[in-house]
Design a protein around this ligand. Structure first.
Ligand SMILES: Cc1cc2nc3c(=O)[nH]c(=O)nc-3n(C[C@H](O)[C@H](O)[C@H](O)COP(=O)(O)OP(=O)(O)OC[C@H]3O[C@@H](n4cnc5c(N)ncnc54)[C@H](O)[C@@H]3O)c2cc1C
Length: 264
């Protein structure tokens, strides 16, 4: 069977500088790592391959530095690494990102199962996986905590829906978004780390994709318009209210109103 794991490189820090003029993130200011949710997606794919055999491809979209994330995936014994990178992809919102990834997947293989993390730790939207599935016209499941059954025609998964669990049967090809706690990522061995250094990473650009129209990618292909981006200022103010209970309550309500805490 053929498997695809989409992995994103994310900042390795909660604090990331923002260019005050352009409002864009200065990603180099925070180091980089594989999105932790995607490590669980990789682990899920590895466990499925152990049962069914087959090939796992790892795919990332990003600048050339994102090869680092693919290199790490190769050290975890992923079979083939892919990066889709092009200047035309700059400024991609969620839809344009999902579109680019779906175009890249069509170029690479016909995967039986596509694995995504549930969400990223930076953008956090949890939309890319389901959007890839919609763009490819295949079924998908989110919040997947367990892959109970896999064969060539269908899979059965358990999803954590918060207050209840859902067991779904999806015909293949399909896409699953894996919960972080569901599959504990294994650690790559030193031997695999070293041998992965020599493995080739395949590179795709817009010229390799079926749709080569630049208007469908990057800024032009992104319907989201960001008006402003900034680091919120954390304001703390404390007040001690003395006096008898009625006075304390009146003053407390007055203060809470003044601070906007009681607004509907
Ligand atoms: C107007 C606008 C402009 C933007 N411009 C840029 C920009 O220039 N450069 C930039 O880096 N970001 C940019 N972004 C952010 C970018 O859109 C998101 O990083 C991207 O869409 C992923 O969204 P997310 O982080 O919410 O992923 P989620 O939907 O939370 O991720 C879910 C899963 O999808 C998969 N996935 C997500 N992203 C990728 C990826 N890149 N490669 C492989 N798999 C992936 C992973 O499996 C991940 O676990 C921009 C966003 C907006 C709104």
């Amino acid at each position: 069977m053929e498997f695809m794991v989409c992995i994103k490189q994310v900042p390795d820090s909660m604090t990331i500088d923002i260019n005050p003029e352009t409002g864009s993130l200065i990603r180099e200011s925070a180091g980089a790592k594989i999105n932790p949710y995607d490590l669980s997606a990789i682990e899920a794919a590895l466990q499925v391959r152990e049962k069914t055999g087959g090939n796992i491809h790892a795919l990332t979209m990003g600048p050339k530095q994102a090869r680092f994330a693919i290199r790490e995936a190769l050290a975890l014994e992923i079979d083939n690494g892919w990066i889709v990178t092009d200047k035309s992809f700059a400024g991609s919102d969620v839809l344009a990102t999902a579109y680019t990834l779906s175009q890249a997947i069509l170029n690479i293989t016909e995967p039986d199962i596509i694995f995504c993390g549930k969400q990223s730790t930076d953008g956090d939207t949890a939309q890319v996986g389901p959007e890839i599935a919609e763009l490819l016209g295949i079924p998908h499941a989110s919040y997947v905590t367990e892959i109970n059954h896999v064969d060539k025609d269908y899979i059965i998964v358990t999803c954590n829906m918060g207050t209840y669990k859902e067991v779904l049967r999806l015909s293949t090809p399909c896409l699953v978004c894996i919960e972080m706690e569901a599959y504990t990522p294994r650690i790559s061995s030193l031997r695999n780390k070293i041998s992965s250094q020599n493995k080739a990473i395949n590179e795709l650009s817009i010229g390799n994709l079926k749709d080569k129209d630049k208007d469908n990618y990057g800024y032009k292909g992104s319907p989201t318009k960001v008006r402003k981006i900034y680091v919120p200022k954390v304001k703390r103010e404390s007040k001690i209210i003395d006096g008898d209970v009625d006075k304390i309550i009146d003053e407390l309500i007055e203060k809470l109103n003044e601070w906007g805490c009681l607004n509907e």
